[in-house]
Design a protein around this ligand. Sequence first.
Ligand code: ATP
Ligand code: MG
Length: 392
Amino acid sequence: MFHTFLIKYGEIGVKGKNRHLFEDALIRQIRFALKDLDGAFAIRKEQGRIFVDASEDFDEDEVIAKLKTVFGIVGFCPVMQTEKKDIPALIEDVVRYVRQVHGDAQKTFKMNVRRADKDFPSTSMELNCEIADVLLDTFPNLSVDVHEPDIMLTVEIRNEVSVYSEIIPGPGGMPVGTAGKAMLLLSGGIDSPVAGYMVAKRGVMIDAVYFHAPPYTSERAKNKVIDLARILSTYTGPIRLHIVNFTEVQLYLHEHCPDDELTILMRRYMMRIAEHFAKESEALGLVTGESIGQVASQTMQSMLVTNEVCTLPVYRPLVGFDKNEIISVAEKIGTYETSIQPFEDCCTIFVAKHPVTKPRLDVIRRSEDKVAEAIAPLVEQAVKETEILVVR
Ligand code: ATP
Ligand code: MG
């Protein structure tokens, strides 16, 4: 087991003067991800590389699991790091590494020496050959394959020498904190947690808003959403979750509006309230888990009508996803099992059997005009009484 991990991050968007912002954000997110683990971790930035050094008493599996949650990491490698010495000593280190990691397994390999220190005697090419010769002599189980090797044995010569052959994939994306903030409409369903994950993956900080309708929706439904926010927060960092009591607004709509328009009217009020909190949190956009055509409220006509009440952009990262594609992401990020717990959602309680699938904006606006004055104080009340939890 090695105590150092080399962090690989994407180069795209990381050029020029933004580079150190990206790296600093990445280091901050790595530190955040590791902060509750056993052991102490030092993170250092050196010559265009980020390394994580772990103290003696750390759990490798735990660290690997955590690093897989940090956006911006393309991959990471457990490395053997040694002092820079002469060439025979370097080769001895590589032999020791191969013995420890690959033992006597039958494998093909390719050498990949990278010499950032140009003062080091011998070129990369010469070192590749020299090291490979010794390995072939020492390990009868190894052979060379330069096209499709089982192991790419990398030796990086910088201030120190790093030897590694395993790259564990990270989630990719951009470190959270390098873009702005967005307000996620988080329900207890499968889709919205995935939507939040996708946007956070681009470096966006996430706050969330959840609408419930007690006593028609239960405390357990609310706790499920808090659980989902907590799982999301392992990727995004702490989430300020706004829990809005939507009962009065929904009851009023239910009693005074045409049945088949309820969903769309309710969604317009949800968007307005979400936008209110977005602006309060200085978020630059809203995020939903909608996907075109998935249900009646997600036809293009319906989304046009709900979108109309928003002035902030509404990001719908799942717009082109089929349900099974969304589910496979939910499984990968660990939200699926929680999402499928069968608790009632506020949207499903008051909805019609046959909601309009192609609402007309003028018709909906006319219906809304009739109730707008009476609803305004209910909305205001709901906003005022909103509970805010910081979930981490
Ligand atoms: P999800 O799986 O995310 O619940 P869904 O397929 O059930 O989505 P809808 O109920 O039409 O679809 O909701 C569409 C989107 O509206 C959700 O993805 C979410 O962003 C938002 N939304 C729906 N209900 C709520 C709620 N109770 N609180 C907050 N946001 C909600
Ligand atoms: Mg839902």
